[in-house]
Write a protein that binds this ligand. Structure first.
Ligand code: AMP
Length: 207
């Protein structure tokens, strides 16, 4: 997605994991929520996103992964975007059955050195427990363990569900079938974005 559109990306989960690894006071506070599969408090996450976005030259736009996850975060994002003179173009909602989601998360392994991701069944590394790219050790995130996954999913439907409704009311949500090979899902996302862009262009320049 990033190579295709030449935009920057920000994953709040990645930034939070970096903060936890640094062992700062903020990191310790965030870790307590993350290992339980709960959401980190809004003011912490909003502060992190604000700081990163301010440092960017956002000319070509950007992709936010895992943010906003609550309506409070969505409102904060709107204020940030207004200040930058930007607007949200698309909200990508990847849909998948609960049990399949659990299967994917439970089997996920992450490289402790470069962050590359594997799946024990679908995309295993060449050598057990070792990253193909950098040779780093693979580990299972605490929040990819069954108990935390179930808790994350509960928080998701309670707190993130209303965010989807919030953007749906603005006509921004592009719902994508998340079943299948990663390349097919990628093409579905690109197709949904481009369909909407063509439609918007036709409306602004009717022939
Ligand atoms: P992810 O890598 O996006 O699955 O995020 C991993 C964990 O980081 C989540 O389960 C939350 O504990 C925390 N997190 C990431 N993004 C957010 C957010 N926008 N709001 C609150 N917590 C977040």
């Amino acid at each position: 997605m990033l190579d295709k559109y030449h935009i920057l990306a920000l994953s709040t989960g990645d930034i939070l994991r970096e903060t936890v690894n640094k062992g700062s006071v903020l990191g310790l506070k965030a870790k307590a929520y993350m290992v339980r599969g709960e959401l980190v408090p809004d003011e912490v996450v909003i502060g992190i996103v604000e700081e990163r976005v301010r440092q960017w030259n956002c000319g070509r736009g950007f992709l936010l992964d895992g943010f906003p996850r609550t309506v409070v975060q969505a409102n904060a994002l709107e204020r940030m975007m207004e200040k930058m003179g930007l607007a949200i173009d698309h909200v990508i909602n990847i849909e998948i059955e609960m049990e399949e989601l659990i299967r994917r998360l439970r089997g996920r392994r992450t490289c402790s050195r470069c962050g590359a991701m594997y799946h024990v069944l679908f995309t295993p590394p060449r050598k057990d427990g070792m990253c193909d790219i950098c040779g780093g050790a693979l580990y299972q995130r605490d929040d990819d363990k069954e108990k935390a996954i179930r808790s994350r999913l509960q928080f998701y439907s309670r707190q993130t569900g209303p965010v989807i409704q919030y953007y749906d009311a603005q006509g921004l949500v592009r719902s994508i079938n998340g079943v299948g090979h990663i390349d097919d899902i990628f093409h579905r996302i690109v197709e949904a974005i481009e369909r909407k862009e063509r439609y918007a262009k036709r409306r602004s320049h009717p022939s």
